[in-house]
Ligand binder design. Structure first.
Ligand SMILES: Cc1cc2nc3c(=O)[nH]c(=O)nc-3n(C[C@H](O)[C@H](O)[C@H](O)COP(=O)(O)OP(=O)(O)OC[C@H]3O[C@@H](n4cnc5c(N)ncnc54)[C@H](O)[C@@H]3O)c2cc1C
Length: 607
């Protein structure tokens, strides 16, 4: 029998980013005994890296803003594949969640009359992002942690969950290992909330850190839950491209919000060359108007650099492909030019974008107050994830909830910047509340010892393989092969033929992964950890590729060079993925939930 440490909680939250912390706080506030598990140390989750801000229609900077405009912006950004009820809840509840964060101690930047300051971001009609310079995520995590830590939540740090445990159709716990000692742990819980974040590590160039291997997506899928919108991977237009060791690190959209412009090697502001019809009315048609917008002129329209991320990323790719890129394969992002407009520009940039100034100085030796940055697209965010009920965040499996980036529905085909942090607060709170209610109403299930034993055996397979004779595979080589394949074949511009090839490569990598061998012992063994992460990465890579093959059109973040046009029927459908009884990955198209009459009116009114 495998040895393990056992813990019991009413609600187990897997993931300690914004969504997980907010869920844990809420569940604990109802009196539930809460466990919070995270792969790294508390405070290191991805949320801490968030820069630009939290989108909420507070209307502090522009009184014309309200939840209805936020609703319409989010639906348009997601190309109407969003779950409209989720979008509505998100737009209505995010102002209260931001104010609550402030009441809990978050120190936002301020307007002159002392209210929370809001900045412009792509796709948002009015300045909407509550922020703390370009370090908003740090303030958010700090505040949530302070709040959570006093509630008596049990935190299990440096602990990775590799399997959800079920009693019949219901999730009743989780199996994992402590990264430091390699010991196994079994969590028994009445309800489980997944808040594991994104999948960026399935790609070679990404803004995501090592933790983001799509574990929540894969855990849910293996437990029988449905995934939706997996074809929609967001490639942020501006990541660092040089030096190679830092390629992919994010350059916040806040740079463009503060007046930064994109230029090609000929010095041309190429974003004016291609403005999508749906946004033409809202977009400046000259540089002067664009500048006035960034400086708060309410009569000006947004510059084209602040169009949605999918579009900006594709325009950058076009410039690079057509030979107008920068020396290291990107384009130029220039904020230094504002010296022509502002007398104290350097100080202004340092105050508004301290993180970016530091990042470029330290990592690339560039002073962004004087020089342009070289930037290019980077894998950033996953719109697809666990399908959940809009109000409760419960997945299609009883007792299993999901919130934050590993959940899906809010963003549709493309997420607007800032809508993730508000998503974490709004749906983290709901997931915590409903998981706690579920836990109260459902007595504990039982953990199946056989399932635990099998999970332990499976987790140790890579050590066993090292002892056996025969071909052995390195987890790192498989991981790198997968990342390269996804980057090359299922990236920002895709074709059906490339993705068929990707599926073949994924199958071959999966076969090789069954022979992965690792040496050493179980104490802090990165090779072993990588071998286990591979299980998730392979599921996620296959799901992205299959969904992208099914969507024979170009829409939002999904761009097919062999199917450029939009398809009307697909424009009303989500692609749903699940694991069939035979174990095969299966998919179907399903109609997007219809808009209510009120929602339709709002969209029409804001057109
Ligand atoms: C550089 C950068 C800047 C960004 N800026 C913004 C911004 O300004 N505004 C905005 O709205 N969005 C922004 N985003 C996106 C946003 O930060 C993320 O989408 C969001 O923070 C995700 O939060 P989350 O709570 O879902 O997960 P995360 O914060 O990613 O946390 C996931 C947690 O799950 C844990 N975990 C994962 N797998 C397991 C496992 N198997 N077992 C146990 N624990 C596990 C991790 O350890 C971690 O604690 C940015 C993203 C990046 C990378």
């Amino acid at each position: 029998m495998a040895e393990y440490r056992a813990f019991e909680h009413d609600v187990l939250v897997i993931g300690a980013g914004g969504a997980g912390l907010r869920a844990a706080i809420e569940a604990s506030a109802t009196g539930a005994k809460v466990g919070l598990v995270c792969k790294s140390l508390l405070g290191k989750a991805h949320t801490v890296m968030a820069e630009g801000g939290i989108a909420a229609a507070l209307a502090n900077v522009d009184e014309r803003d309200n939840w209805r405009v936020h609703f319409a912006d989010t639906m348009r950004g997601g190309q109407f594949l969003n779950n409209a009820r989720m979008v509505e809840i998100h737009a209505q509840e995010s102002p209260a969640r931001v104010r609550e964060l402030e009441a809990w101690g978050a120190l936002f930047d301020r307007t002159e009359d002392g209210r929370i300051l809001q900045r412009h971001f792509g796709g948002h009609r009015y300045p909407r992002l509550a922020h703390v310079g370009d370090r908003t995520g740090l303030e958010m995590i700090r505040t949530l942690q302070d709040r959570g830590i006093h509630r008596g939540i049990d935190v299990h740090m440096e602990c990775t969950v590799v399997k959800l445990l079920k009693d019949g159709e219901r999730v009743v716990g989780a199996f994992g290992y402590e990264r430091e000692r390699g010991r196994f742990v079994v969590f028994k819980a009445n309800a489980v909330v997944l808040a594991t974040g994104g999948i960026g590590r399935a790609y070679e160039i990404t803004s995501n850190s090592w933790e983001y291997t799509g574990d929540g997506h894969a855990l849910a899928y293996e437990a029988g839950a449905e995934l939706i919108d997996m074809e929609f991977v967001q490639f942020h237009p501006t990541g660092m491209v040089w030096p190679p060791s830092v390629a992919g690190i994010l350059v916040t959209e806040g740079v463009r919000g503060e007046g930064g412009v994109l230029r090609n090697s000929q010095g041309r502001r190429f974003m004016f060359d291609d403005i999508p019809e749906a946004y033409r009315q809202q977009t400046a048609d000259n540089e002067e108007e664009g500048w006035r917008y960034t400086q708060g002129d309410k009569n000006a329209r947004r510059p084209p650099e602040l169009l949605t991320r999918d579009h900006v990323a594709r325009c950058i790719v076009r410039e690079i492909r057509e030979g107008r890129g920068s020396p290291h394969g990107g384009v130029y992002l220039d904020i230094a030019w504002i010296r022509e407009r502002l007398p104290n520009a350097a100080e202004h940039i340092r105050r508004k974008l301290p993180g970016m100034c530091h990042q470029f100085k330290e990592l690339a030796g560039i002073d962004i107050t004087r020089e342009a940055m070289e930037v290019g697209p980077t894998t950033h965010y996953m719109m697809g994830g666990v399908r959940v009920d809009a109000a409760t965040q419960m997945s299609s499996v009883l007792g299993l909830f999901a919130a934050g980036e590993c959940g899906a529905g809010l963003h549709g085909a493309n997420r607007l910047g800032g809508n993730s942090l508000s998503d974490l607060l709004v749906f983290g709170q709901r997931a915590g509340a409903y998981a706690a209610a579920f836990a109260r109403e459902h007595p504990a299930g039982s953990i199946d010892d056989d399932e635990v034993e099998k999970s332990a055996h499976h987790a140790l397979a890579a050590f066993d393989a090292a002892l056996r004779s025969g071909a052995k595979e390195s987890p790192y080589e498989i991981q790198s092969g997968l990342q390269k394949s996804m980057q090359e074949l299922v990236g920002i511009v895709r074709t059906g033929a490339q993705m068929e090839q990707a599926l073949e490569r994924i199958a071959a990598l999966r076969e090789r992964a069954s022979r992965v061998a690792v040496g050493g012992n179980r104490e802090y063994n990165p090779g072993w950890h990588t071998a286990l992460d591979l299980q998730s990465l392979l599921v996620v890579a296959e799901a992205i590729t299959r969904a992208a093959l099914e969507r024979r059109e170009s829409r939002g973040a999904h761009f097919r060079e062999d199917c450029l046009a939009k398809d009307e029927a697909l424009g009303r459908s989500n692609v749903v993925i699940w694991r069939s009884a035979s174990g095969a990955m299966t998919l179907r198209r399903e109609p997007v939930p219809a808009l209510t009459a009120q929602q339709r009116d709002i969209v029409e009114e804001m057109r």
